[in-house]
Design a binder for this molecule. Structure first.
Ligand code: NAD
Length: 329
């Protein structure tokens, strides 16, 4: 079986090569993202393997189908970038990696919180330049603060356990409650109450029609002045224009994002010598209380091993006509 792997970086290829000898498949690695313009690279392949910023819309799927592709293997958990209806219409199966390392993302959310709060990124640069002043480096005790978790699935649960260890009160909203978290002392409440009571809000729900732009002018108005908002889930959970307004009028005290609504044109690439045309990210980068990372929350050795092994197992199950445990229907 031949598989075209899109949006490949050298580290993706390294992990595929590390594990591929246990499987008998032929991989071709493409740096480019999969979209309607690049879909013809799939000619001669039975499967395509994609990541978070490939755009697998109706048109792309039509072209994949014409080229004989029968399987789309996502090497991530979120699947908001795939038109599942269109895949079904063309009888293309879609599989994903539902869980690879919840602690990886939870720990990165924690890193964003600690960095924004205690400003270690600024202190590092200062001290290296011989500036030992503490001016403007003041933070706050996390212990005793109220943390709002939106989405308490695998990652939200891991995050709740970590932040509980810091002595925080954890309140949460999810469309289904976790008994394990209730036993841990997490208090579920309506979404608006989570917005109202949180000192720090951390987003861990999927992006879908119900959650798109859940952080907007209206929800920001409910929040505490000086709130910290952390998003390691999907960029479009946040209305960026509204958040910029919230930062400008100081309602939002801190913003930490690992994902961004227009990230597909920016993230994972070195654009340091390019004139960036995205005015919103430039505006965000101009705030001293905003910390942006480039969709790296998942990026640990353990997660990369798990992503690769599950992806290879998903492909193997498809090739052997076995039940697809990780199929998205
Ligand atoms: P999960 O499916 O285990 O949990 C998602 C939770 O969100 C579930 O409990 C679900 O009930 C809840 N939910 C669904 N709709 C909701 C709504 N309208 N409001 C509130 N909660 C809702 O998923 P997960 O493994 O915890 O991952 C969560 C998200 O994290 C993924 O969808 C993905 O977008 C993102 N993610 C980001 C990275 C990264 O590197 N930044 C890595 C992995 C996953």
């Amino acid at each position: 079986m031949k598989i075209a792997v899109f949006s490949t970086k050298t580290y993706d290829q390294d992990y595929f090569e590390k594990h591929a000898e246990d499987y008998n498949y032929k991989f071709s690695f493409f740096e480019t993202a999969l979209n309607k313009d690049t879909a013809n690279l799939s000619i001669g392949f039975e499967a395509v393997c994609i990541f978070v910023n490939d755009t697998v819309d109706k048109e792309t799927i039509k072209r994949l189908s014409e080229n004989g592709v029968k399987l789309i293997a996502l090497r991530c958990a979120g699947f908001n970038n795939v038109d599942l209806e269109a895949a079904k219409e063309h009888d293309i199966k879609v599989v994903r990696v539902p869980v690879y390392s919840p602690p990886a993302v939870a720990e990165h959310a924690m890193a964003l919180i600690l960095t924004l709060n205690r400003k270690t990124h600024k202190a590092y640069n200062r001290v290296r330049e011989g500036n030992f002043s503490l001016k403007n480096l003041i933070g706050f005790n996390l212990s005793g603060k109220t943390i709002g978790v939106i989405g308490t699935g695998q990652i939200g649960a891991a995050f709740s356990r970590v932040i509980k260890g810091f002595g925080c009160k954890v309140i949460a909203f999810d469309i289904s409650k976790s008994d394990e978290l209730i036993d841990l002392g997490v208090e579920y409440m309506p979404l608006d109450e989570v917005f109202k009571q949180s000192d720090v809000l951390s987003l861990h729900c999927p992006l879908n029609t119900h959650t798109r732009h859940m952080i907007n002018k209206k929800s920001i108005a409910l929040m505490k002045k000086g709130v910290m908002i952390i998003n390691t889930s999907r960029g479009a959970l946040i209305n960026t224009v509204d958040v910029i307004e919230g930062l400008s009028n100081r309602k939002i005290g801190y913003l930490g994002i690992d994902v961004y609504e227009q990230e597909e044109n920016l993230f994972f690439e070195d654009l340091s010598e390019i004139i960036i045309q995205d005015d919103l990210i430039l505006r965000l980068n101009g705030f001293p209380n905003v910390l942006i990372t480039s969709h790296q929350a998942y990026f640990t050795k353990e997660a990369m091993d798990q992503i690769t092994i599950t992806t290879l197992d998903n492909i193997k199950a498809f090739a052997n006509h076995l039940e697809l445990a990780n199929e998205i229907k």
